[in-house]
Design a binder for this molecule. Structure first.
Ligand code: ADP
Length: 393
């Protein structure tokens, strides 16, 4: 196994860095994770090319120290470029771009829209710059894929000045995942294009997108990743009047409401047990009523959203499931499709049951109105591809 001219893909979070070194032909990769950054327990979990695992203790280590160690572990393979996953590209970025001082400033400025994520992404870019000043870097935005949405999908029905002056609009996230699985579905289907897909990325965060001819036309997340589907710990849609109601009745602060909606809701909030679908499914199987309701709410809301997103598509070719839940939960896929009962969707539920643990394939019957696909997402591959394309490599 060799790793010719590899691209390093970095996903720098507030306390973690996920990385993958991917060969130019995408056939080989080395992956790893630096976690608990800034704490005594900071460490790097690295998997070598031959599969051997190594743990490097970097107690108290910062992003910069972690990246120094990661780059040292990978130095022998001579990465030729770095692609960074950046959460928010605002209205400015509709595709991946090479990092320049101006681009870096923009990533930092856009923390106004992603206060937790963009600063960590910028730290990663600066650290690589300091260690390898000559190495070309590219930023791949989670929002960029959705910049093709028309105003009717991205505007909120609120005063225009908030859009004009404050960039208040819907942006959408998980763009690299929606782009990857929809492209893959278009390669796999036997139907002639252009295709209209609804992609359901169901992981800890959940979002769905309507994609026609490779372009995002509408998506479930908004100015923040809170809008839309019910998620692991996020509520998804609530009445915007809920904030004022909780302030009036419980004197809850905006910060508390924000934490409640982002961290204590979703599967966790409704089940009272866990944000993890496996735990909730198991509890429901054992008869826990709150867990059963959490699953019903999750599938009902997902089905309702997928149905509504079909309004954005000129033609509806099929649904693509991805993310940890979309790729593995046979029963959740079935429940979601049962919610969409007026679409004449005909599923082969034996085939559905076989599509787990990284399997890629379809499970629609020949007379189904739309196709049904399970496609494991590969954001790292997508970021490496977009990085090379932005640099003409
Ligand atoms: P992230 O959004 O953090 O990348 P993932 O895409 O890995 O998360 O998805 C995590 C979710 O996938 C969790 O809710 C987990 O329970 C769920 N999941 C993973 N495997 C299974 C499985 N076999 N059955 C049901 N749910 C699963």
């Amino acid at each position: 196994m060799t790793l010719e001219n590899p691209t390093l893909v970095l996903n720098c979070g507030s306390s973690s860095i996920k990385y993958a070194l991917i060969s130019a032909d995408n056939q080989t990769r080395i992956t790893g994770l630096a976690e608990n950054l800034g704490l005594d327990t900071a460490r790097i979990k690295h998997t070598h090319l031959d599969g051997e695992k190594q743990e490097v203790n970097i107690a108290g280590g910062s992003h910069k120290l972690a990246l120094q160690k990661i780059l040292a572990l990978l130095e022998q393979y001579h990465p030729i470029a770095v692609g960074h996953r950046v959460v928010h590209g605002g209205r400015e970025f509709s595709e991946a771009v090479e990092v320049t001082p101006h681009v870096l400033e923009e990533v930092k400025r856009l923390k106004i829209l992603a206060p937790l994520h963009n600063p960590a992404n910028a730290l990663g870019i600066e650290a690589v710059n300091a260690i390898y000043p000559g190495l070309p870097q590219v930023v791949v935005f989670d929002t960029a894929f959705h910049q093709t949405m028309p105003p009717v999908a991205y505007r909120y029905a609120i005063p225009k000045a908030l859009y004009d002056d404050e960039c208040v609009r819907r942006y959408g996230f998980h763009g690299t995942s929606h782009a990857y699985v929809s492209e893959r579905a278009s390669q796999l289907t036997e139907q002639e294009g252009p295709h209209g897909w609804i992609t359901a990325h169901l992981g800890n965060g959940c979002s769905a997108t309507a994609i026609y001819d490779g372009k995002s036309l509408d998506t479930s997340m908004g100015i923040t990743p809170l809008e839309g589907l019910m998620m692991g710990t996020r509520s998804g849609d609530v009445d915007p009047g809920l904030h004022i109601h909780l302030k009036r009745t419980l004197d809850m602060s905006l910060e508390k409401i924000d934490t409640m909606l982002n961290k204590q809701s979703g599967l966790l909030g409704v089940s009272g047990l866990s944000n993890d679908m496996r735990t909730v499914e198991q509890a429901a199987d054992e008869g826990n009523e709150d867990a059963k309701l959490a699953l019903e709410l999750f599938s009902y809301r997902a089905g309702k959203y997928l149905a509504s997103l079909s309004c954005a598509l000129p033609t509806f070719t099929g649904i693509v499931f991805t993310g940890g839940i979309g790729e593995n939960s046979v029963s959740m896929r079935r429940s979601i499709l049962e919610v969409m009962r007026h679409f004449n969707i005909q599923a082969d539920y034996d085939k559905n049951a076989e599509l787990v643990r990284g399997a890629e394939g379809n499970f629609h019957l020949a007379d189904s109105a739309v196709e049904l696909w399970v496609i494991p997402t590969d954001e790292e591959y997508q970021i490496a591809e977009e990085t090379r394309a932005a640099l003409n490599l």
